[in-house]
Design a protein around this ligand. Structure first.
Ligand code: PLP
Length: 393
């Protein structure tokens, strides 16, 4: 049942939007503990443990800042801690989330330059390299990329972006949004030389919304010493100072830290490689169902297929929003809507977080029944997904 639903619908609600994802019961039980004194002696132990564990998911030895905020707050933190008014930022418009980040940068007083895509692939690595090579005076201070573009289902190759920046011999900072990829897709903050990694709690980390993160490189930390954009709540400096003993400069989201502690344990118990392989497998099974239905996957480049979600295009003349409404009403399942220019053109199937084979089969079964109920021409597709899940791909 959905909290606050007016009428009870039998059976569990299927929350198959690409975040917030389903929160495992074990994490819900962890949330449901008494809030403790965040200045008391026990808190420091919890804080230190959680901060240390969180580094492992970013693959970093450096600082990870935890904010009591949604991902949007951590976007802002990445910009205001490292940049000054009028600084130029090169951004890659992979889809709606990249667009929102660019708008925010503009509102904060940064000069943004956008490398466009057709919203059907990841970041244009050659374009980044060419633009940086042309920037002889190093006016571009940062390159900002969304790792997993949640509006289109395209995952950019951050290692290739790093190589492009190095090949151009350019000193720009690399800022990466992993809000919908961290905990679902392999990610290496240190190895890929990322300066600020932005993330959030409610997608691959299997938590409710409410926490967000900045993983910070030594180079980013150095940039923060001279960065002139106004910052107060988001300032890394008092955070890092308090975090040294496991505490926070203002009240942290205490119960969410219990939940983070537990969710990270669960990911490490399963093994990160297994978690990533599970997401890859569910992505592939979903795409096979989509193709068998005779529909089109929004992402056109197989190298950028997202393990987190699949955006599905409907044939001309059919409404993705009407389909989603039918599926919600008849089958009690929420699917993601099309964002920006994709509104009503695509629907998005989330296959991330705490998610198993039978949940995927249920999800794809709900979509297939919904296509029939909404009168959208299609062929059977669920069997193709099941065959693949059975190892008979
Ligand atoms: C969800 C999401 C955001 C926005 O995060 P909020 O927690 O809603 O502020 C930003 N970027 C990406 C890639 C996302 O998936």
């Amino acid at each position: 049942m959905v909290y606050f639903a007016e009428h009870h619908t039998a059976g569990r609600h299927f929350l198959q939007i690409p975040g917030p994802s389903n929160v495992p019961d074990r994490v819900l039980r962890a949330l449901d503990n008494p809030t403790m004194d965040h200045r008391g002696p026990d808190f420091g132990k919890l804080g230190a443990r959680v901060l240390e564990k969180t580094k492992k998911i970013f693959n970093t030895e450096s600082h990870v800042i935890i904010y009591p905020a949604s991902g949007t707050g951590a976007w802002e933190a990445a910009l205001v801690n490292t940049l000054s008014p009028g600084d130029k930022v090169l951004m890659c418009e992979t889809g709606w989330f990249a667009h929102l980040w660019e708008e925010m940068a503009g509102r904060l007083g940064l000069l943004t330059e956008l490398l466009k895509t057709d919203w059907r692939r990841g970041a244009d690595v050659e374009g980044i390299e060419a633009r940086l090579r042309a920037d002889k005076n190093h006016e571009i201070k940062a390159v900002a990329v969304v790792h997993n573009e949640t509006s289109t289902g395209a995952t950019s190759r951050i290692n290739e972006v790093r190589r492009a920046i190095d090949a151009a011999g350019h000193p720009a900072l690399l800022l990466v949004d992993t809000i919908s990829s961290l905990g679902s897709v392999d990610y290496r903050h240190d190895e890929w030389g990322v300066d600020v990694t932005v993330s959030g709690s409610q997608k691959g980390l299997m938590l409710p919304p409410g926490l967000s993160f900045n993983a910070v490189s030594a180079k980013a930390l150095k940039a923060s010493e001279t960065a002139k954009l106004t910052r107060s709540f988001w300032d890394w400096k008092p955070m890092i100072a308090s975090n040294a003993t496991g505490y926070f400069p203002y009240t942290p989201a205490t119960n969410m830290l219990y939940a983070l502690d537990t969710a990270l344990d669960m990911l490490f118990e399963e093994g990160l490689d297994n978690v990533f392989a599970r997401h890859d497998r569910h992505g592939e099974a979903t795409r096979r169902a989509v193709r068998a239905w005779g529909l089109e996957v929004q992402c056109e480049d197989p190298r950028h297929y997202s393990p987190v979600l699949t955006a599905v295009r409907l044939p001309e003349g059919h409404s993705a929003n009407a389909l989603r409404a039918t599926i919600l009403k008849k089958f009690n399942m929420s699917l993601g809507n099309g964002l920006g220019q994709l509104n009503d053109r695509v629907f998005r199937i989330g296959h991330l977080g705490d998610f198993g084979d039978l949940q995927l089969v249920g999800t794809l079964g709900g979509v297939e029944m919904g296509l029939a109920a909404a009168g959208i021409p299609h062929k059977p597709g669920l069997a193709a997904a099941m065959q693949y899940l059975n190892g008979n791909g």
